[in-house]
Structures are given as C-alpha cells and as structure tokens.
Design a protein around this ligand. Structure first.
Ligand code: APR
Length: 228
C-alpha cells in the first residue's frame, strides 16, 4: 500500500518557469490591481479588460515550460499515492506529468459559461474572444475562481489533506483563504515539509523547512523520498 503524499503548491513553484507570483511584485499582478481584473464586479464593469488580461496570462502560460520542481513532483508517483492541490491556474503540473491534480482556483486553459459555471470548454490557443458563447448562448469567461467567488473544490481538497501521511507545501505565502486553511486539515503526526525561500516568514508549525527555491528544493526532497 503506497503512502498518501499531498502537495499544496502556489505561484512560487511556477516562478522559475517565468510566471509572476502575486505578492512578490508589490501587490500588483502584471501591473494590474487584482480588483480591476480578478473579481466578478470587474467582469461586469469591464469584461473586455478582464478577458484581455487573462488572454495575456494564458499566452504567458502557453509559452512557459514546467521546471525541475514540477517534474520532480510527477516522479513521486513511482512510490507514493500523490495528489497535487494547486492554487495555480497554469497547467504546468499537467504538462510535467502529474496525474492527480486539484485546481482550487481554476485552470486558465479552460473557459466556463457565464451562466452555468459547470459548463466548461477547452480553449484552443491563447485567446478567448468576446462573442464566444456557451451552449446556453452566454459569454464564455476564463475558468478561474475570482476574488469573492466560492472555491468549489475546497471541501474535496480538505478531505484529501486529512488522508496525508506526507505533506509538502511549495511556493505559497498562505495569504489567501480558504486555500491557506488546508494545512489545518493535515493530521498532526503526518510528516510536513515546506519549500520556499521565505519559509521562515510563514506561520507554520511542526514543519521541516527548506528555505530554497522550488527548482532546487523540490528535486532534493523528492530524491530523499524516493530513496526511502
Ligand atoms: N521557489 C519557491 N517559492 C517561491 C519562489 C521560488 N522560486 N519564488 C517565490 N516563492 C514563494 C514566495 O516566497 C511566496 O511565499 O512563493 C510564494 C508566492 O506567494 P504568492 O505570490 O502570495 O502566491 P500564492 O500563495 O500562490 O497566492 C495564492 O492568491 O492572488 C491569489 O488566486 C491567487 O492563487 C493565488 C493566491
């Protein structure tokens, strides 16, 4: 029986793939205040700006490549029953080969109906255009959880964290709830490891700390876990 290994990742794991984190760049996301581009109100107020913003993000994601950290996490599946819970909306975990991925905040390569969020469509290429509609005839929007919207996968993610024998925390400031609250569902006696250059500033208890970039720290830990 393989041990259950749960990984919670944030923007930091994709930083070395060239994708911006959120709070390392003085609170702006690619130069935008998130309330201008990442809320339902922003979408109502200026859908073209929001659509263009995510088209630019999607173009960057498609041009980015998974880095050593993404690939190392995929290798863990040789020995562990792995679930990657990610706050990221990029598809780098998928492209690196991880097979069990929970996207808490959505996936930028998919579109969703503005009327029914369960109606999802793959986006071909980088651009989702105004005028592209779902089967119900309503405008397609990015399949991304905006600030103020519910996080549909949070209960499933919490249940997964409850089963963790091993828990890795990689590249997240734990600044945004409910995602940040997931660490409280991990059993106290599970082995917990955090990999983040600023890990010392995270308020996490009884965790082993690797204050390293993901591209260095994750392959190191994966090598150790695979040699057990
Ligand atoms: N390797 C590992 N960690 C890194 C690296 C790196 N190369 N570079 C930065 N980090 C760390 C930072 O120290 C920080 O702790 O990654 C974390 C990035 O934190 P945030 O920018 O807050 O990103 P994240 O935690 O994913 O944000 C959560 O907030 O804006 C919302 O929905 C958005 O999913 C996002 C959520």
């Amino acid at each position: 029986m393989k041990q259950k290994l749960v990984v919670l990742t944030g923007a930091g794991i994709s930083a070395e793939s060239g994708l911006q984190t959120f709070r390392d760049s003085d609170g702006l996301w690619e130069g935008y205040d998130i309330y201008e581009v990442a809320t339902p109100e922003a979408w109502q107020r200026n859908p073209v700006l929001v659509q263009d913003f995510y088209n630019m993000r999607r173009k960057s994601v498609l041009q980015a490549q998974p880095n050593a950290a993404h690939y190392a996490l995929a290798e863990l599946e040789q020995k562990y029953d792995v679930t990657v819970i990610t706050q990221n909306i990029d598809d780098l975990h998928e492209r690196a080969g991880s097979s069990n991925i929970v996207h808490l905040h959505g996936l930028i390569t998919k579109a969703q109906s503005d009327k029914n969020p369960n109606l999802l469509y793959d986006i071909e290429g980088w651009e989702l255009k105004m005028g592209e509609t779902c089967a119900l005839g309503s405008q397609l929007r990015p399949h991304v959880v905006w600030f103020g919207e519910a996080v549909p996968m949070i209960e499933a993610a919490a249940s997964i964290c409850r089963t963790a024998d091993l828990f890795l925390l990689v590249g997240t400031s734990l600044a945004v709830y409910p995602a940040a609250g997931l660490i409280d569902f991990v059993p106290y006696d599970s082995e917990k490891i955090v990999i983040d250059p600023k890990a010392e500033s995270l308020s996490v208890k009884n965790m082993r700390v690797l204050a390293l970039k993901a591209g260095i720290g994750v392959p190191l830990i994966v090598k150790e876990l695979l040699s057990r």
